[in-house]
Design a protein around this ligand. Structure first.
Ligand code: 1HN
Length: 353
């Protein structure tokens, strides 16, 4: 190094230190990491083994804290690439919630939108704005933003579901509010099944107008998603990247069930391997049925029913299964599409399509 180079370096460093005191920073030191050529995510691929690892911990949680004490007895699925963040991806939160027989989780409401995907147990309910929604394995249930919700389990089985919330998005915007309910449990304002009957039979009350961008359907039963997937599979011609894949919709708009979160369910035929695929929405998968492997870049995840795993943004993904398999998934694709950001690439026969 020549004397003039040393002094240039020194001048620059002392300049950076000086301006930092005035809350200034140089863009030229950071430009490329601020605007990468393609997504550079800290999110890592991660897999939670439900039966072997997570389930025993959840049931221990059930012994050491009541649902009442905890308000929500949940083990957060935290991405190790985002330590301390309570986030599973940069934009989403996920957790596994246990409600034991006889327990209730008190009413509250918040700006954050939530979905539930039932992992085990049947007969517990979540009540949304005064309507009880009974839940069974594989059901996809909505708690849109600012709706009162409480949970209860009047069955004789423990109930575990996967919660997905847009908590990091709401924190990013500093737009979150929350309020406790006056009563622990909401009064019933409508009979169970009311919203399902009104809005999910390809019918709508004649003068009904949506009040917001959320689906009026509170529960998408697995029975119905399974019926669709089975019919598609009988029809044949699976998509090379997805097998047979459908998206859950808001029937009033054909768009996503909630404005921030998109949700999907797909069936992979027996002995199927998908073509490599990537998209900008980091995605959380929950295994409904079947055994298989998912390659995320060079990382291989071996999955079985009730496991949860994450595919980070723009990582090439290949699913392979021995038995027929069903995967539920959710992501922030809804928000990305609204903002015109969402991208995907299909890599068919090694070519990017
Ligand atoms: C929440 O309200 C629920 O209602 C679950 O079950 C998880 C995580 C953070 C904030 C609120 C629920 C939550 C949550």
């Amino acid at each position: 190094m020549t004397i003039s180079e040393v002094s240039t370096e020194d001048r620059r460093n002392s300049f950076y230190e000086l301006i930092r005191k005035d809350n200034l920073a140089s863009l030229w030191q950071r430009l490329h990491s601020l605007v990468p050529k393609s997504p550079l995510t800290p999110v890592v691929p991660v897999h939670w083994d439900y039966d072997g690892v997570v389930r025993p911990h959840i049931f221990t949680a059930g012994e050491i804290v009541t649902a009442e004490e905890a308000e929500r007895r949940v083990l957060i699925l935290e991405n190790p690439g985002l330590p301390g963040s309570a986030s599973i991806t940069q934009s989403l939160y996920a957790g596994l919630q246990l409600v034991l027989p006889g327990e209730v989780a008190r009413a509250h409401r918040h700006s954050q939108s939530a979905l539930r995907f039932v992992i085990e147990g049947r007969g517990a309910y979540t009540a949304v704005d005064g309507e009880r929604v009974a839940m069974s394995p594989g059901d996809f249930v909505l708690t849109p933003s600012w709706r009162w919700h409480d949970h209860g389990n009047e069955s004789d089985e423990p109930m575990v579901w996967l919660d997905g919330l847009d908590i990091p998005i709401i924190s990013f915007f500093d737009a979150g509010f929350a309020e406790p309910g006056k009563a622990i449990t909401q009064a019933e304002l409508r009979p169970p099944g009311d919203s399902e009957a009104r809005y999910s039979n390809n019918l709508l009350p004649v003068d009904w107008k949506p009040g917001d961008r959320n689906s009026p359907i509170l529960r998408y039963p697995y029975e119905r998603s399974n019926e669709t997937l089975s019919a598609m599979a009988r029809g044949g011609d699976p998509d090379a990247c997805h097998g047979y894949k459908v998206r859950f919709i808001n029937p009033a708009t054909g768009s996503t069930p909630m404005p921030t979160i998109a949700a999907f369910i797909q069936r992979l035929p027996e002995s199927f391997e998908t073509a490599a695929y990537r998209s900008t929405d980091s995605t959380i998968f929950a295994v409904v049925e079947g055994h298989g492997q998912t390659k995320v870049g060079s990382h291989c995840i071996e999955w079985k029913p009730r496991d949860v795993f994450v595919v980070p943004s723009w990582h090439p993904v290949v699913h392979r299964c021995e038995t027929e398999a069903t995967l539920f998934s959710f992501s922030d694709r809804a928000a990305q599409e609204t903002l015109g950001l969402w991208r995907e690439a299909r890599h068919l026969n090694g070519e990017v399509a």
